[in-house]
Design a protein around this ligand. Structure first.
Ligand SMILES: *Cc1c(COP(=O)(O)O)cnc(C)c1O
Length: 459
């Protein structure tokens, strides 16, 4: 479309200026969503026969559309799992786009895939998986979980002809992420949930009990167990060693979903909580959550890559055409569900290369520290109490005497005031569900004063 690219220099400067301003702004405005009709009213028609012009469209983006979003990297955005991409990673995301590299095959993406794989080696080293384990970057935790579940199911089908005609069944815990349940639907597998122990974890003991009590038919259908390495709501890490033991005894695929918690594998203060992860068949880690990558970047890692390849490799008549020796190498398309893919690991690679892994450890430890600091402030506050000790960087707490509506009103008021985004969640214990408040710390720029200011509004 070069023929219609007018004013390229001016546009480039505008866009670079915006990008530089945005990534240097450590305290971006906490925007508010607006209804579609309101946005339409403000913007008018943007797609027209003649075009509205780059400058006008870009101004609309800056002045209207971007303001109707809530930036995830705001230091007082402590809801859901926020994100705090490094400046280096965001800048390199621009480079990734500009470089136009097709990331499915080594024959076209080789040099870029090499960089992704350097970052992947570091991720794999954090897991302690044996030599030969390796992985690939995906669009996120959902597609990483799906890719792993497909590899597991195909490996199980390949074990025994009888499995061909059985509907697959997998076991996970109450705390498992919603994507496990929805991806089980995608592969048409049934799910059984195991009760947690008193510490709200999936344990080897309860897993074993559940398997013992399955009907012979269900036992035959069972192909995998999914444990969580840091639940999204509370940062709880299942008894990974216990679950690994049962999976080995029962010859079941052991998947660890550490989409959120995986970053903490790089934090020495909590690394022991993940013991047993090195026995997994597959692991999900989202660098766009706690490894400071821009959206979107997930990762799936396999103990035995060949099992992933059996499940995912696509054969096309137009492939295998490069005789060039340099064209032979690692093909990311062989190990996850996507064919054409962006080199989503590239921003992580650049940022890791620039800063070094020690900086990552430091920034992740900072999130853990902030959770402990928040817990101390909560305990010292007369109207507040901890629901449980912080799990990784998640803190669950209650304001004594508040109803669910009080929490929602409080969230709204603080967001409207541009102070913070902290949303309520539900916590279920012994069958009883309670609405409470939750912090999730990712951003190393969040301060103890930020926490103090937020808690002061709960007086
Ligand atoms: C966020 C999350 C997911 C889903 O990841 P996406 O990147 O949003 O697709 C899966 N599992 C866990 C434990 C998560 O925290």
């Amino acid at each position: 479309m070069h023929s219609i690219d007018i004013n390229t220099v001016e546009m480039t400067l505008d866009i670079m200026k915006y990008a530089i301003n945005r990534i240097s702004n450590n305290d971006p405005e906490l925007g508010h969503p607006k209804k579609e009709e309101v946005l339409k009213e403000l913007a008018g028609d943007t797609i027209t026969e003649k075009g509205i012009g780059g400058e006008y469209a870009f101004n609309l983006f800056k002045d209207v559309f971007a303001k109707a979003t809530v930036p995830v990297d705001h230091p007082r955005h402590l809801a859901f799992v926020p994100a705090a991409p490094t400046k280096a990673a965001v800048l390199f995301d621009l480079v990734t786009s500009a470089a136009s590299i097709h990331g499915a095959y080594w024959m076209t993406g080789g040099g870029g895939i090499f960089c992704e794989n350097e970052a992947m080696k570091w991720l794999v080293s954090l897991t302690g998986l044996p030599d030969g384990a390796f992985g690939v970057f995906t669009s996120g935790g959902t597609s990483a979980n799906l890719s792993a579940m497909i590899a597991a199911r195909e490996a199980w089908r390949a074990q025994n002809q009888e499995h061909e005609n059985l509907k697959a069944l997998l076991i996970t815990s109450n705390g498992a992420h919603s994507s496990i349940k929805s991806m089980a639907k995608v592969i048409d597998a049934d799910i059984i949930l195991v009760d947690d122990d008193d510490d709200d974890r999936l344990t080897g003991y309860w897993l074993k009990e559940k398997i013992k009590n399955l009907s012979p038919h269900d036992r035959k259908r069972l192909f995998a167990v999914v444990a969580t390495g840091g639940t999204t709501n509370a940062g709880i890490i299942d008894d990974l060693a216990g679950v690994a033991q049962v999976c080995e005894e029962e010859k079941l695929w052991f998947h660890v979903d550490a989409a959120y918690g995986g970053g903490a594998l790089a934090a020495p203060s909590v690394r022991h909580l993940f013991n047993g992860i090195e026995r997994a068949d597959s692991i999900t880690i989202d660098p766009h959550k706690w490894m400071f990558s821009p959206y979107d970047c997930g990762a799936v890692i396999y103990k035995d890559l060949s099992l992933a390849k059996n499940a995912h490799s696509q054969k096309g008549a137009y492939l295998d055409i490069f005789k060039d020796e340099g064209a032979q190498g690692f093909n990311p398309a062989d190990y996850q569900i996507q064919l054409t893919r962006r080199l989503r690991g590239l921003p992580l690679w650049f940022s890791l290369a620039m800063h070094g892994t020690a900086k990552y450890t430091e920034a992740i430890e900072r999130g853990l520290f902030l959770a402990q600091a928040a817990a101390k402030q909560i305990e010292a506050h007369p109207n507040l109490e901890l629901v449980r000790e912080p799990g990784l960087s998640c803190v669950l707490f209650r304001r004594k005497g508040w109803s669910p509506d009080d929490y929602i009103d409080w969230t709204y008021t603080n967001h409207q005031a541009g102070l913070a985004l902290v949303t309520p969640t539900k916590w279920t214990k012994n069958g009883e569900s309670e609405t409470i408040s939750r912090f999730c710390f990712i951003n190393p720029d969040t301060t103890e004063e930020d926490i103090q200011e937020i808690l002061a509004t709960m007086a």
